[in-house]
Design a protein around this ligand. Structure first.
Ligand SMILES: C[S@@+](CC[C@H](N)C(=O)[O-])C[C@H]1O[C@@H](n2cnc3c(N)ncnc32)[C@H](O)[C@@H]1O
Length: 208
């Protein structure tokens, strides 16, 4: 339940929770401290699968701790492309590489951009890699699935990334996606949510 309009992370989790059921597959593009991964893991249950990526080993360690404290099975994969078992697979990798992996279609994808809270603030998501990941994510998403991205315009470089992500979502084909943008309007530097639902009657055809 959202306590305040300005808790954008709550909104992002709520939007994805609506489309996730037990046994589903979900992806967290930025594992960070593991809060979003935990939400996905609880929504898909023990029979479901979650792939959580982060560039930083520290983020994956923190995520594993958080999940294990809740009794959730985690595994650290060294390479992507390995078959994903039930539970949470934590992978140290750049989310820009997502398109190269042979993944099945997820029901939900989350990305909470910016830097690792309590970590090195210089290690932030960047427009180029973020856009590559978002394009792959939108291609991969199952019809009826949703992607949610929390964007932070307030930190150095954040405005540039926010503009790029805004343009990406506003350019999505309206016959394939419905896009919603949520921000506290009278605080222009506040984080905002971009979420897209892939229309259920749309089928993505992979290039040969
Ligand atoms: C705001 S934090 C994520 C918060 C997290 N979702 C949570 O629930 O705690 C952003 C994370 O993105 C990661 N990151 C930055 N660039 C990345 C990239 N190219 N690929 C994967 N992860 C990246 C950072 O290391 C950082 O941990």
């Amino acid at each position: 339940m959202c306590q305040s309009f300005s808790n954008i992370v709550d909104w992002s989790q709520r939007v994805l929770g609506e489309v996730l059921t037990a046994g589903d597959f979900a992806i967290d593009l930025t594992a960070g401290n593991g809060y979003d991964t935990l939400m996905l893991a609880q929504a898909v249950g023990p029979s479901g699968r979650v792939l959580a990526l982060d560039l930083q080993g520290l983020a994956l360690e923190r995520s594993a701790e958080r999940l294990q404290a809740q009794g959730i099975v985690t595994q650290r994969l060294q390479v992507t492309g390995s078959p994903l078992l039930a539970g949470v697979s934590l992978v140290q990798a750049d989310h820009a590489e997502l398109a190269a992996w042979n993944l099945s279609a997820p029901s939900a994808i989350i990305a909470n951009l910016g830097y690792l809270p309590g970590g090195d603030k210089r290690l932030v998501t960047k427009p180029e890699t973020t856009l590559a990941a978002l394009q792959a994510a939108c291609d991969l998403l199952t019809p009826g699935g949703r992607i949610a991205v929390v964007v932070y315009p307030g930190h150095p470089g954040g405005r540039c990334e926010a503009t790029a992500v805004d343009q990406f979502f506003s350019g999505l084909d309206e016959s394939q996606f419905e896009v919603l943008r949520l921000q506290v309007m009278n605080r222009p530097q506040s984080p905002f949510l971009l979420t897209a639902g892939k229309l259920a009657d749309f089928t993505y055809v992979m290039e040969p």
